[in-house]
Design a protein around this ligand. Structure first.
Ligand SMILES: Cc1cc2nc3c(=O)[nH]c(=O)nc-3n(C[C@H](O)[C@H](O)[C@H](O)COP(=O)(O)OP(=O)(O)OC[C@H]3O[C@@H](n4cnc5c(N)ncnc54)[C@H](O)[C@@H]3O)c2cc1C
Length: 534
């Protein structure tokens, strides 16, 4: 099969695979890539669009996690910082360094001396893989860096560096990388049951959500990487399986950056409840997050509650008093469910473990839960070590190929030549910047489409730099099947325009091709990050 072409029910039914991965969020996509790179014949399926679950609803940070340091989770922080370094190299267009400010106010839970100590340790744990070393700042220096931050009670703070990432595109790039390495992948392909044999589970029954076609994928090993759905899937293997998860819900809101005026990422403790929060720049937008609350809502039916929006806005207003944000400023919001490990039922939600766990079910299905967007590659490597052993290959590589093989578009981080190429073609600077941050070293493929059909150079939406050629690329190379796939997860028009991309729907639809199926019409369609005026 050609890489990046969606596998059909027949493709998946044709060959017995070494491995079937269920769930195409970052965890499943990472495992499919790792396994394929190590020579396992691999199939990957997702019930919805790739990344449509938790993996496109994160805070978009590739970070060590300062607050995990405060909780003493040194191993997690060290591993995450190592992965940050690797991802900055594998996908420099999608994972970018971001300077953060940590302001400290009188009476804060974390005083300045403790912050400096923590950041020094953070630098040490990055072990030479640091973006840049932190700097402590006095009150005046902090206000120079971030002039609109609250002055009252401010004692100073620090600047440190982490990384920001396009989470939805990271998933798609990882799935594409898996197919380049030989995996078969299909989105909108739901697993409806597992194939039992006397020797254990040997594959799964699948249903194509567009054609309604049903079939089966035979595989020697099956991995359940369905994130917040993991317990549901485990019950297909064993109806009495004990739950592994204690999911918590997190929401983010998007407001125009001009309303807040932040120049950096800002990490702070909410004056409402003392929780750690972020105010993050994203082009001309600022997103604020996140909440972390226990919930009984199903992963398919998450809602953004008004109380959560008010909490985020109140916290941001306390830090940027001039912003005076109210719910009418909110352009979009999204809610996600963290697939966290159940541990101590009495622990507060924010203290539940971010570390991952791999368990083998009674019929041999491997389930992987927990973890972070940041640590997906390390999780995939660990999972694949176990799979290789289970297959009896005994080919554990000490140096994993996944550490060095770039994701599509990440072949180089030097974009000057690509920038010049786009400008020569007559594209605006805004569009060229947008293309480089979405496609990196693959930008010339978009330019080629533009040269072949100059009408594809037109913007899709008056408020957004995305152009028509990206829709053609998304459909041909990035598994985009529906208008929503394009607007929400390939181009982000749903969260980066005031009408949530409505002005682009007709054109995107016609570029995708008239009879292009719209799975969002199907009754069991999963929800997307919610554009909302909350
Ligand atoms: C609010 C929030 C903020 C976060 N911020 C960060 C951050 O900034 N940095 C960070 O490192 N981590 C962050 N995380 C954590 C990170 O996003 C998650 O750990 C990660 O995305 C989980 O990915 P996953 O692949 O395990 O799950 P998902 O992305 O949920 O993928 C599971 C997939 O399984 C599929 N599936 C379910 N059932 C079936 C079935 N029957 N058949 C086929 N497929 C099925 C679903 O459609 C889904 O796509 C955040 C999480 C949340 C909720």
């Amino acid at each position: 099969m050609t890489p990046s072409v969606r596998a059909s029910v027949q493709d998946l039914g044709a060959g017995g695979f070494d491995l079937l991965v269920i769930g195409g969020g970052i965890t499943g996509a990472g495992i499919a890539r790792e396994a394929a790179l190590r020579g396992l014949s691999t199939a990957l399926v997702d019930a919805g669009d790739f990344g449509e679950g938790t993996s496109s609803r994160s805070s978009r940070l590739i970070h060590g996690g300062l607050r995990y340091l405060e909780q003493g989770r040194i191993r997690l922080v060290r591993e995450a910082l190592r992965e940050r370094r690797i991802l900055l190299r594998l996908a420099p267009h999608l994972v970018r360094p971001l300077p953060f400010l940590f302001p400290v106010f009188q009476g804060d839970r974390v005083p300045r001396w403790k912050l400096s100590l923590g950041l020094a340790l953070y630098d040490i744990l990055a072990a030479g893989g640091n973006v840049r070393r932190h700097r402590t700042l006095g009150k005046r220096a902090l206000l120079e860096a971030e002039p609109l931050i609250r002055e009252l009670g401010l004692t100073g703070g620090a600047m440190y560096f982490d990384a920001q990432c396009d989470d939805a595109r990271l998933v798609v790039a990882t799935v594409r990388a898996a197919t380049v390495a030989g995996a078969h992948a299909a989105n909108y392909m739901r697993v409806t049951g597992l194939i039992p044999t006397v020797a254990g589970v040997r594959g799964a029954y699948i249903k194509d959500r567009f054609s309604g076609e049903e079939g089966e994928v035979r595989a020697r090993l099956v991995v359940n990487a369905t994130g917040p759905w993991a317990d549901e899937l485990r019950r297909l293997e064993d109806p009495l399986a004990q739950p592994l998860l204690r999911p918590t819900k997190g929401i983010h809101v998007v407001v125009p950056r001009s309303r807040v005026g932040n120049r950096h990422g800002v990490i702070f403790t909410s004056p409402v409840d003392g929780r750690v929060m972020f105010i993050l720049p994203w082009g001309e937008w600022t997103y604020i997050g996140t909440t972390d609350t226990d919930t009984t809502e199903a992963p398919d039916a998450l809602t953004v509650q008004e109380a959560d929006v008010v909490y985020l806005l109140r916290s941001a207003n306390a830090l940027f008093p001039g912003a005076r944000l109210d719910p009418s400023d909110v352009v979009a919001s999204w809610a996600g469910l963290r697939p966290l490990l159940a541990a101590d039922p009495n622990a507060p939600a924010s203290a539940v473990s971010r570390e991952h766990r791999i368990v083998t079910g009674s019929r041999g299905v491997f389930t992987i839960v927990g973890g972070k967007l940041t640590t997906w590659r390390a999780m995939a490597a660990e999972m694949t070590d176990q799979l290789v052993t289970a297959l009896g290959h005994h080919r554990k590589a000490s140096k994993k190929p996944s550490e060095t093989v770039p994701l599509p578009g990440g072949e180089t981080g030097v974009f000057d030549g690509f920038r010049a190429g786009g400008l020569e073609l007559g594209l605006s600077e805004a569009t060229v910047d947008h293309l480089l941050s979405h496609f990196g070293a693959e930008s010339p493929a978009i330019y080629k489409l533009c040269r072949e059909r100059p009408s594809l150079m037109e913007r899709l939406h008056p408020e957004h730099p995305a152009i028509g050629a990206e829709v053609i690329f998304a459909a041909a190379r990035e598994f985009a099947m529906t208008v929503d796939d394009v607007l929400a997860r390939r181009l982000h028009l749903t969260t980066e325009t005031r009408d949530h991309g409505a002005a682009a729907v007709a054109r995107v639809s016609s570029l995708l091709g008239a009879p292009r199926r719209d799975a969002s019409r199907s009754p069991d369609a999963p929800s997307s990050p919610t554009p909302s005026s909350a």
